[in-house]
Design a protein around this ligand. Structure first.
Ligand code: FEO
Length: 402
């Protein structure tokens, strides 16, 4: 896609990856592709902030050449060592061996392992700055947002925050700015990104945002390393991050299940009916037919997750296991979990789901519901009643933690 001017002397020199469909191994379905954003700042000194994923190194170098000669590149700031951002470091240094590399102290070990050819690193901490002439780069370490080495760079005179992965979205587009894309799709992808990548670090997100407020740095533009740049309304993504990180949720319940012969499915639909009858908002996902990242994104707004599985080999189905394992890693806060499912000669799924929900820090506030073979009429009533009880539990919520 070439070059885009972000503001005077600041250029997007990244790459659009239209075709990527799986990210972080096979954990994140990037249905709308992604971008790898790198930013070139031209002043008396020239700085490149971040690179792009290795296969796109040629595009990066071509875009830089449209602004300056590679022999004029003075500084290369690596905000984050993960290879979707640092992956072209070797190629940049090959083309611009004079460039001095800057990174956080926690980035040094990983950067040297990934790129043994990068011998000289200039380590910068929060509060350190680098003058480009008229402009100043200020560095703000952001450990665990989302790797230990993560760092934000702030272009002081232009009030542009370059926070790398934070505030990003996996969204390939010909547009580079938030005011050029569909707002609903943008926020949906930003929410998927937060839920599936940053959720475990919510307390650190809140601390970092408070730190930024204390620093009282004005932010006119937020230019993350994935997706579009927030220039029209950067406050929208800051507000959303505050809300997501605080654990707020509304009166929404998510029912997610898999079923061998339809009995757990009947239970899921009856529970859904009970939830709605009790006044809750509810969404239902059959796990093997759904995008797991979407289910997780819905949990950003849902106070309750009801997980259902038929019992197999005294436990839950492997499709359900994948969702539960994701949740253990994501550790959502202020969430209630409920288990249900059918079984034959011996139950086991409900107990195992409850164990896993507790491991994922859910409050298991309702006893799980297991039904032998197939739900009889009275047992369907029990499913309806469970849905209603859960609805009562979350009724009146208006987005505040308990
Ligand atoms: Fe987009 Fe942590 O890499």
């Amino acid at each position: 896609m070439g070059l885009t001017t972000v503001s005077e002397n600041v250029y997007w020199v990244g790459a659009v990856d239209w075709n990527i469909r799986w990210f972080h191994g096979y954990t994140y379905y990037t249905r709308r592709g992604t971008t790898y954003n790198a930013y070139l700042i031209r002043d008396e000194k020239v700085a490149l902030v971040d690179t792009v994923y290795t296969p796109f190194a040629g595009e990066l170098l071509d875009s830089i050449r449209k602004v300056v000669s590679l022999s004029d590149l003075d500084y290369l700031v690596i905000n984050h060592i993960e290879l979707d951002h640092a992956g072209s470091l070797a190629e940049v240094l090959k083309a611009a061996p004079q460039a001095r590399v800057y990174c956080s102290p926690k980035a040094a070990e990983g950067l040297r392992k990934y790129f043994p050819e990068c011998r000289e690193l200039n380590l910068v901490k929060t509060g350190d700055s680098l003058s480009l002439g008229r402009y100043t780069l200020r560095f703000i370490e952001a450990p665990m947002l989302h790797w230990p080495d993560s760092m934000f760079t702030y272009l002081e005179e232009q009030e542009i925050l370059l926070p790398n992965d934070a505030f990003g979205q996996h969204l390939a587009s010909t547009a580079r700015f938030d005011d050029q894309v569909d707002g609903a799709i943008l926020m949906d992808e930003a929410a998927r990104y937060y839920a599936n990548i940053l959720w475990p670090f919510s307390s650190l997100v809140l601390k970092k945002m408070a730190e930024l407020e204390q620093m009282a740095i004005p932010v006119k533009i937020i230019a993350p390393s994935h997706g579009v740049i927030w220039r029209g309304n950067p406050g929208a993504i800051l507000d959303a991050y505050r809300r997501w990180a605080s654990g707020e949720a509304g009166p929404l319940a998510v029912v997610a299940y898999d079923s061998m012969w339809g009995s757990t499915e009947k239970m899921a639909h009856a529970i859904l009916e009970g939830l709605v009858a009790g006044g809750a908002e509810a969404k239902l996902f059959k796990i093997p037919l759904s995008d797991r990242n979407d289910i997780i994104k819905e949990l950003l707004d849902a106070r309750v997750l009801l997980v259902g599985s038929s019992t197999v080999n005294n436990g839950y189905l492997p499709t359900v296991a994948a969702l539960l394992d994701d949740l253990v890693g994501l550790r959502p806060v202020n969430r209630i979990g409920v288990a249900f499912g059918s079984y034959g000669w011996g139950g086991g799924a409900v107990k195992r789901i409850e164990e896993k929900l507790r491991e994922a820090r859910f409050e298991v506030a309702e006893p799980g519901l297991g039904i032998k073979w197939a739900p009889a009429e009275g047992e369907i009533e029990a499913c309806l009643a469970l849905g209603k009880r859960v609805a009562e539990r979350i009724s009146g919520l208006k987005g505040s933690p308990p």
